[in-house]
Structure formats: C-alpha cells, structure tokens
Design a protein around this ligand. Structure first.
Ligand SMILES: NC(=O)C1=CN([C@@H]2O[C@H](COP(=O)(O)OP(=O)(O)OC[C@H]3O[C@@H](n4cnc5c(N)ncnc54)[C@H](O)[C@@H]3O)[C@@H](O)[C@H]2O)C=CC1
Ligand SMILES: O=C([O-])CC(=O)C(=O)O
Length: 328
C-alpha cells in the first residue's frame, strides 16, 4: 500500500537554493522513493517573487514526478506551514562579497521570529525544521525560541555543508574515497569559527589523523579551507553556494528522517548541555540518527586544542544570541 503523503514547506522557494532543492525533494531523494510529498512553497508577498515562484511550479509540474502529489504557493507563513511535517527555512538574504554571515543577523532575524511563531501556531507537533538561511545557527535559535509549544529538538541548523566540505578535503588529502570516511564531525557555528575535527575519523578502520600526520596542515590549511569555503565560492561565483547547500540540506533531512545506520553526521541542534555547551545553544555536534530522532555522540575526548576551538565558536554563538535577545 502506498504511504500517506507528507507536507514539506520550503521557504525562499524561488531563490537559488530553492531552485536547486525542490526538484530533488519532489523526486524522492530526501524522504525516499516511496514517500509521496506535497510541497508548500513560501515566497515574499512581492509580485516579482510570486511570479518567479509560479515559473518554478510550472517546471515542477512539467517533470511529472510520480511522488509529487500536490504543490501550493504561499505568501503567508501561517498558510504555508499549516500541518507541515518538514520545514526547510531557506528564504532570507544571502551575503555578498566581503560580508560575514553574522552581518546578516539584523536583516534576517525578524524573518525567523515570524516563521517560528507561525510554525508554533499551525505546524504538525512533530515537524522537523531545518534552518539554512544565514546566520543559520542563530536563526534556528530564534525560530526555536519563537515556538515555545513545539519541542526544542524539532529545530536544527545546517552544518552539513561544512561536514561535506571537510569530507571532501580529507578525501583529497589522503587519496581515499569520500564514502569510506567515518566519524568526522564539525563543532559549533556555521561560520569561519567552526571546528572541523578529524581526530576520531577513520578510513576503512585506519585513523585519519595517523594517515595525515600533519598538524600544520590541519591548522593552516584544512581548518581555514573548510571555514572559509563559503567566501571562496562567493569570490568565484559572485553569489553564494546554492547547489552544494541544497545537497547538504537534502542530506541533513534524509538522514534525520530515515536514519544513518550508526554513521556519524553533523547537525546543528539545541544543546542539552553536552560537552559543556549551555542548554539551547544551537551548536554543531556529531550525531547519529535512528527512527526519526538524532542523538549526540557522547564521551568524545576534548583535548586542549579542541577545547580552545570549541570555546571560540561558542563565544561567537553566544554573542550572536545576545544580539537578538531583544527579539525573543
Ligand atoms: N547554512 C548554509 O550552509 C548555507 C546557507 N545559505 C543561506 O541560504 C539563504 C538563501 O540563499 P539563496 O537561495 O542563495 O538566496 P536567494 O536570494 O537566491 O533566495 C532567497 C529567496 O528567499 C526569499 N525570501 C526572503 N525573505 C523571505 C521570507 N521572509 N519568506 C519567504 N521567502 C523569503 C527571497 O525572495 C528569495 O527568493 C541565504 O541566507 C544564504 O546565506 C547559503 C548557502 C549555505
Ligand atoms: O558563505 C555563505 O554566505 C553561504 C554559506 O553559508 C556557505 O556557502 O557556507
């Protein structure tokens, strides 16, 4: 018997990431090739954006995806989020050359207050929310705090792009396959302060740290390359990453919904106090997923260098949180 359709909200649906993600959700890459979906698409109530959204919808229709059983266009979050099971909060201003993501806080924070409130009012009580719009961790924190009737654990921020970038750099450095790398993680904020950590990583059982055996490369090449990759893409393309961001969002949601079979992935989630990160801080941790729930990998050793890096990215997140306290 075929599965009951689920409702998936995507905000910023006429934007660059929207264009790169919707067709993949509709084809079953996110929730499985047996899961019918209804897409509930939100764009700003501006004629040009709504018209562009209609164009995207026409293209979705023209793909005749068997799993796509409904498409809705909205300009009001209360309508767009009604009964949604999944919400991908992408819509917001991207940064341009020379900007840091935190500079987007002032322009984007209000979007996530309003959308958190709307999710609180009308979404499924089990809604799984992924915030992609930057600064992603703090926007996710804002949305979570604006939705007091929903479980905190339903709100997550995207660090999967950083995780995937780190995987790719390690594969290139070691000459091994991305698919064989296990137990990698990225701690903290989706910003240049993030701490990509391969101390526990293995490739076919061999330690990545031993294989690389180069602390200078770790500090001077690997960490800055992963941390500043978003800026490097903006410098090269003139606009921020879109296809790789969409891909990471698909990975994040798929793993959360369908499980990781014990494999570690990185998700930005509200801390429950693990590793000394204060409760509610939206922090990147290593997690495994099973049965629609994520679980932090606990008991990892934090050495002096790692603690220093974790403290830096935590401090940045706390400063961002303090900057939006008046909105909450
Ligand atoms: N967390 C991550 O790893 C990444 C995050 N991003 C972020 O994703 C966001 C979107 O990026 P792009 O798609 O490239 O931008 P874009 O400018 O191409 O598209 C954004 C879309 O959002 C819409 N929008 C703005 N406010 C909205 C609202 N309140 N409700 C619904 N829609 C709204 C705009 O009309 C626009 O169509 C940016 O904040 C960007 O910085 C981008 C790459 C990676
Ligand atoms: O860098 C940006 O502004 C877009 C983004 O978050 C990324 O590519 O990591």
């Amino acid at each position: 018997m075929s599965k009951k359709p689920v409702r998936v909200a995507v905000t910023g649906a006429a934007g660059q990431i929207g264009y790169a993600i919707l067709f993949r959700i509709a084809s079953g890459e996110m929730l499985g090739k047996d899961q019918p979906v209804v897409l509930s698409l939100l764009e700003v109530p501006v004629e040009k954006a709504q018209q562009a959204l209609q164009g995207v919808i026409m293209e979705l229709q023209d793909c005749a995806f068997p799993l796509l059983v409904g498409i809705e266009a909205h300009s009001d979050p209360l309508a767009a989020f009604k009964d949604v099971d999944y919400a991908l909060l992408i819509g917001s201003r991207p940064r341009g050359p020379g900007m840091e993501r935190a500079e987007l806080l002032a322009v984007n924070a209000e979007i996530f207050t309003a959308q958190g409130k709307a999710l609180n009012a009308v979404a499924s009580r089990n809604v799984k929310v992924l915030v992609v719009g930057n600064p992603a961790n703090t926007n996710a924190y804002i949305a979570m705090k604006s939705a007091p009737d929903l479980p905190r654990k339903n709100f997550t921020a995207m660090l999967r792009l950083d995780h995937n970038r780190a995987l790719s750099q390690i594969a290139a450095k070691t000459g091994k396959a991305v698919a064989d790398i296990e137990k990698l993680t990225v701690w903290g904020n989706h910003s240049p302060t993030m701490y990509a950590d391969y101390r526990f990583a293995t490739i076919n059982g061999e330690s990545v740290k031993t294989l690389i055996n180069d602390e200078v490369w770790n500090k001077d090449t690997f960490l800055p390359t992963v941390g500043k990759r978003g800026a490097a893409i903006i410098a090269a393309r003139g606009v921020s990453s879109a296809a790789s961001a969409a891909n990471a969002a698909i990975d994040h949601m798929r793993d959360w919904a369908l499980g990781t079979n014990g494999k570690w992935v990185t998700m930005g989630i509200p801390s429950d106090g693990q590793y000394g990160i204060p409760k509610d801080t939206m922090f990147g941790f290593a997690v495994t997923c099973e049965g629609g729930e994520y679980k932090v990998v606990e008991g990892l050793e934090v050495d002096a260098f790692s603690q220093e890096r974790i403290n830096i990215t935590l401090k940045e997140l706390q400063d961002e949180q303090a900057g939006v306290a008046h909105l909450l």
